[in-house]
Write a protein that binds this ligand. Structure first.
Ligand code: NDP
Ligand code: HSE
Length: 436
């Protein structure tokens, strides 16, 4: 059979990795797909830039439409990123009857509903395994492997850069900015790294996971999103002292009254597997009613781990080229006309435990005042840490762990605590999940 011709848009970390993997493993890939996969054309703005891959024998073009308009190309891999030109090119490829593979979580989270509808209309596939958790095949797991389950919740470390930073802060006491610069050098970070450290990238990924897990539309705008920029070395140390690790988690939970969708730093008991996922590694725990809890672990970013997912999608698409569109796995796992319009719950309705860091005047009665406010709001304290002030300091950190409580009660308590004259800075909270 003739090889399937593909075109690549973008030749950076993921594009370069994809060329390398396709070339190195071409023979094995053809045996799996049933046909060879040939890179017919690649687009880059800048053909003279040094690359991580060898482009010998591949036509390089500087206009992306030369890939999308090429009638011989059956599959377009969008590896540019962002939601502007990437959206136009992906829709353009679909309109021309081409299948699409993309690693672009922002595009899927924000425009996936439109893209999948257009793809269904045109009878083409849009595959996006690389968009979530890098090399971990978590989309396939949720869409196919766990298809017999009612998914109850999932929680994961789904941003490699953020985990790389938190790990280096804990293990090496390194500075945030310095570790972020290293993650950028290694090709882990997004083009705009605030997406990594402010939780936006994880929120894109959680949007996708929740849609596939629960059969709901993609609802990025309703994800509660908080990054790691306010986590300090001090928090990392106190968490350790209390038997926890700080991880940046994406959590999606089905409840009787709706769905929790939230991305934020989280204290996780140090004995949990998720607490021991370090560096650029990602992991996702999925709790299904039939299978129970399952854990998926692997590299969350980087050239070849991500290429591994891109190439798996290419193989999947090639295998199904001859299948009826109606007999393919639906884009969002559930049949498009069977999506449920479940409400996304506000954070005030979420119940969890909390780590609180206050900075207070070092004088008698302050601890009692804070404890009284917590008691008034029916918030039970599990642990308290108060250290001696350092020489010359008049303020001290005061750390609390609370038992589980609704977030609206904690919000009310923190507003009153912040108003106390002895409280010298806005209180900082980190949610705590035992992931039982
Ligand atoms: P890079 O920045 O390394 O590469 C992006 C490529 O797209 C480059 O070839 C660049 O051009 C080109 N490009 C960027 N902006 C434009 C534009 N406005 N117009 C035309 N071309 C453009 O990004 P990555 O490879 O890291 O990421 C690509 C996609 O993969 C993103 O969606 C990202 O979120 C996703 N992803 C990345 C992972 C990673 O570990 N890096 C992991 C999982 C997903 P030029 O060559 O001229 O610089
Ligand atoms: N910037 C992303 C991360 C790339 O660090 O996880 C992988 O999606």
């Amino acid at each position: 059979m003739k090889p399937v011709k593909i075109g690549l848009l973008g030749l950076g970390t993921v594009g370069g990795g994809t060329v390398n993997v396709l070339r190195r493993n071409g023979g094995e890939i053809a045996r799996r797909a049933g046909r060879a996969i040939e890179i017919a054309r690649v687009f880059t703005r800048n053909p003279d830039k040094p690359r991580i891959c060898d482009l010998d024998g591949i036509e390089v073009v500087t206009d992306p439409w030369q890939v999308v308009n090429d009638p011989d190309i059956a599959i377009v891999a969008e590896l540019i990123g962002g939601t502007d030109i990437a959206r136009e090119l992906v829709l353009g490829a679909i309109d021309r009857g081409k299948h699409v593979v993309t690693a672009n979580k922002a595009l899927i989270a924000l425009h996936g509903n439109e893209i999948f509808a257009r793809a269904s209309e045109k009878g083409v596939m849009v595959a996006f395994e690389a968009a979530v958790a890098g090399g971990i095949p978590i989309i396939k797991v949720l869409r196919e492997g766990l298809a017999g389950n009612r998914i109850e919740w999932l929680a994961g470390i789904i941003n490699g850069t953020g985990n790389f930073i938190l790990t280096a802060m804990r293990d090496q006491g390194r500075d945030f900015a310095d570790v972020l610069a290293e993650a950028q050098r290694l090709g882990y970070a997004e083009a705009d790294p605030t997406f990594d450290v402010e939780g936006v990238d994880a929120a894109h990924k959680l949007t996708i996971l929740a849609a596939i897990a629960f059969g709901i539309p993609l609802r990025f705008d309703q994800v509660y999103t908080e990054g790691i920029t306010r986590v300090t070395q001090e928090d990392v140390r106190y968490a350790e002292e209390l038997g926890y690790r700080i991880k940046h988690l994406g959590i999606a939970r089905r409840r009787a009254d709706g769905i929790e969708l939230r991305v934020h730093p989280c204290l996780v008991p140090a004995r949990r597997l998720l607490a021991n996922v370090d560096g650029v590694m990602n992991a996702v725990v999925v709790k299904g009613d039939a299978v129970g809890p399952t854990l998926y672990y692997g590299p969350g970013a980087g050239a070849e781990p991500t290429a591994s997912a891109v190439v798996a999608d290419l193989v999947d698409v090639v295998r199904t080229l001859t299948a009826d569109p109606e007999n393919r796995v639906p884009h969002l796992a559930f049949q498009p006309d069977a999506l449920a319009d479940l409400p996304i719950l506000p954070m005030a309705a979420v119940e969890t435990a909390y780590y609180l860091r206050l900075r207070v005047a070092d004088r008698p009665g302050v601890l009692a005042d804070v404890a009284r406010i917590l008691a008034d709001e029916a918030i039970s304290i599990e642990a308290v840490i108060q250290k001696e002030p350092r020489p010359g300091q008049t303020d001290v950190p005061l750390i609390f762990l609370t038992h589980r409580v609704q977030e609206r009660a904690l919000d009310a308590a923190l507003a009153r605590i912040e108003a106390l004259e002895a409280v010298k800075a806005a209180p900082y909270r980190i949610r705590l999940e035992t992931l039982e």
